[in-house]
Design a protein around this ligand. Structure first.
Ligand code: FAD
Length: 442
């Protein structure tokens, strides 16, 4: 017989919300604690003058099946938007060159590359596609451990060479992960290649990326502005300590990033401690600038290779998602820093950061040169832990943790760093942990 459990979920990002949602639906007594004033975590949105500034996650895609299912379940299918086939650009030798990775045929027209690089890019891509069959990016535990031993960089250098690595793969990996190809395993790259299959589209929520999180928590008991300070083991159960005092629970799900889990869990098991010590995250800073829409209306997403600028890895025009304009025909461009630069600049004052980022941004966005005096600072978000690094060997370590360590003493870890990247991965990880917690009561 199922015993109904008293469960605490720490962290109202997509992972914690999905976990709390599933456990609540199954009848358990769930409390969700969130330290911030808003829910959504790295998929959060701040609004100013009615305009959404997506702090972290920028896009969904058509493979986000669980996110889609939740939207339908909550009657918000109309919130799901799809970009019209979007143009990506690459900043290359002072110019923006149009790139599209939608089909092999289009690779041949990529003006940014030499003919030799184009040939090698096609070879490399075909080899990746061949090896990526059947891999699920959002559940990397199922992947063959052999693919987890080498880096994306080593693989691409072998098949594509330096130019293909720098302009195509390193630039795209840094656009999505903020770090370079050396910190990504071939296994994770294959997962990404598999996810961008036929019919791939960039999708979004029409009123900001936190829309789904905000709808889901309406069904939950959630305490915002309630940071959990410590999790301890007590004689009658597990203790959650915070500004609200002490509370006793049967199970605790820690859906924060790994360093926060390390900080708040007193006396984890050896397997939990060892695993948490193996986790690494890339940092970034997201700076949103209001700029004249007319100058950049043709741009959606621009990747900046390391060889062209060591500070900025990409920028994304929000007009493709949120066509309503600011006053005077402005749009918002979110600019992202590369991991190494973000680590260095994270502790700078806002003023210094704005100055540095604006200077670098103008270098890599030529259409703004003539209207630089009309570029305004809008909002800024620092991410010391933006994206987990799926470095070679990490997926294998994490798969072992799911077998041994997950659930020790009634404590469960949950989030995108558990072989479940991105918003969709976080949701699915939340569901998977909810299932484990529920099964532990049988
Ligand atoms: C800049 C950036 C761009 C991204 N772009 C995309 C994208 O385009 N598409 C995509 O799918 N994904 C993207 N991602 C990744 C995506 O945002 C994450 O994978 C996902 O949101 C992670 O969810 P999570 O629940 O695992 O963790 P989080 O969202 O980090 O949630 C953890 C929560 O725990 C809370 N918390 C922490 N400590 C405590 C405490 N002590 N007590 C209580 N609460 C606490 C935090 O405030 C937070 O709300 C991006 C991320 C960033 C940073």
């Amino acid at each position: 017989m199922t015993k109904l459990l008293k469960v605490a979920v720490i962290g109202a990002g997509m992972a914690g919300i999905a976990c709390a949602y599933e456990l609540t639906k199954a009848g358990h007594d769930v409390t969700l604690f969130e330290k911030g004033t808003q829910v959504g975590g790295r998929a959060g949105t701040r609004y100013s003058a009615g305009y959404p500034f997506d702090l972290g996650a920028q896009f969904l895609n058509n493979g986000y099946l669980e996110a889609k299912r939740y939207c339908q379940e909550l009657g918000m299918a109309g919130e799901w938007g799809t970009l019209s086939p979007s143009t990506h650009h690459l900043f290359h030798q002072g110019e923006l060159k149009c790139i599209s990775y939608r089909s092999v045929r289009e690779f041949w027209g990529l003006g940014a590359y030499s003919p030799l690089a184009r040939t090698r890019l096609i070879l490399c891509y075909l080899e990746l596609r061949r090896r990526s069959k059947g891999i699920d990016l959002y559940d990397l535990c199922k992947i063959n451990a052999d693919l987890d031993t080498i880096s994306a960089k080593d693989f691409v250098l072998k098949w594509g060479g330096e130019e293909v690595l720098d302009y195509a793969f390193d630039a795209m990996i840094a656009t999505y992960h903020f770090h370079g190809a050396e910190d990504l395993s071939l296994a994770c790259l294959l997962g990404a290649i598999s996810a961008i299959g036929e019919g791939f589209s960039y999708d979004y929520f029409c009123h900001g990326m936190s829309t789904l999180a905000r709808e889901m928590v309406k069904k939950l008991r959630v305490h915002t502005s309630t940071p959990v300070q410590a999790i301890k083991r007590g004689p009658g159960g597990l203790i959650v300590e915070g500004i609200h005092g002490h509370n006793l629970f049967d199970r605790i799900v820690i859906a924060t990033t790994a360093s926060e889990a390390r900080r708040i869990v007193h006396h984890p098991s050896d397997a939990q401690r060892n695993f948490l010590n193996s986790v690494r995250f890339a940092a970034t800073i997201n700076a949103g600038f209001r700029v004249p829409n007319a100058a950049v209306s043709h741009l959606a997403m621009v990747a900046v290779p390391l060889s062209q600028n060591g500070n900025i890895c990409c920028y994304i025009n929000q007009n493709s998602k949120y066509p309503q304009r600011f006053e005077e025909g402005q749009t918002l461009i979110n600019v992202f820093l590369r991991d190494e630069k973000a680590q260095e600049w994270l502790h700078y004052s806002d003023e210094t950061l704005w100055d540095l980022i604006q200077q670098e941004f103008l270098k890599v966005c030529p259409p703004l040169a003539s209207v630089a005096h009309r570029v305004y600072r809008h909002d800024l978000q620092r991410w010391p832990e933006a994206i987990p690094k799926y470095y070679p060997g990490y997926i294998t370590t994490t798969s072992k943790f799911w077998q041994q360590g997950q659930g020790d003493y009634g404590l469960y870890l949950c989030g995108d760093y558990l072989n479940a990247p991105w918003m969709e991965g976080s949701l699915r990880c939340g569901q998977k942990v909810a299932q484990l917690v529920a099964n532990s009561s049988l």
